[in-house]
Design a protein. Sequence first.
Length: 236
Amino acid sequence: MTLQTLLFFLVVLPVMFFGLLIALAVNLIDPSGDRFHRMAAWWGRFCTRLMGITVETTGREHYNPEDNYLIISNHAGMADIPLILGSIHLNMRFVAKEELGEIPVFGWALKQAGYVMIKRGQSKEALKSLLTAAEVLQSGRSVHIFPEGTRSETGAIQPFKRGAFLIAQKAGVPILPVTIIGSNRIAPKKSLKIRKSTVKFIIDQPIEIAGKKAPELLDAAYATISGNMQKHGGAT
C-alpha cells in the first residue's frame, strides 16, 4: 500500500465527507451552488497537493474566467475531477451519472449545488438531463462533461458521444476542449492503489458553435484532444 493510498483513506475521504455535510447547509444559504463550487475548487487543490500530484497546465490564456463554456475533456483517471476543479478557474458544474446522485450526503450535495445527473442511454430522461445542462449554461455557469461517457482503463481516448455537443448547440456557448494526460497513472481503473504523478492539462482555444451542427462540433473536439494526446505522449 502506497503513502498516497493511506492519505486518501485517512485524510481525503474524511475531509470530503465533513465538507459535504457543511455543503448541505451552505447550499441552503446559497442555492445557486456558487459557494459550493468555491469549496469544491479548494478541495481539488487540497487533494492535488496532499497526494503529491504535479499539474502542468498550458493554455490558460485561451479562456476568460468571467465567461462560461461547455468544458469537455477526455476521462483518463479517477483523479480527473479534483484536478479539473482545482486547475480550471471557472464557476462550473459537472454532468455526472445518475447513480452518483443516489449516494447519501454526496449525491444530495451535488444535486443541491446544481450538478446535472444524467441517465445513460437514449431515454427521455437522458434528453431531459441534457436540456437541464443547457439551462445551467444559459444561467451563466460553465458545465463540464466527459463526452466519452466513462473512464478509460488505459488512459487511451475513447469515442465521443454526441450528447455533450447537443448541449452546446442548445445553450449557444463555446466549447472549451481540455486534454488530460497522465492521470491514469495516479489510480488505474479497478485498482485502489494510488500513486503520485505528473499530469498535463492542455487547454485549447474555444470551439465556436455558430453555424455548426453537433457532429461537426464532436469531430472538431475529438480531433483537438486526440491530436494533443499524440503530440504530447498520451495514450491513444
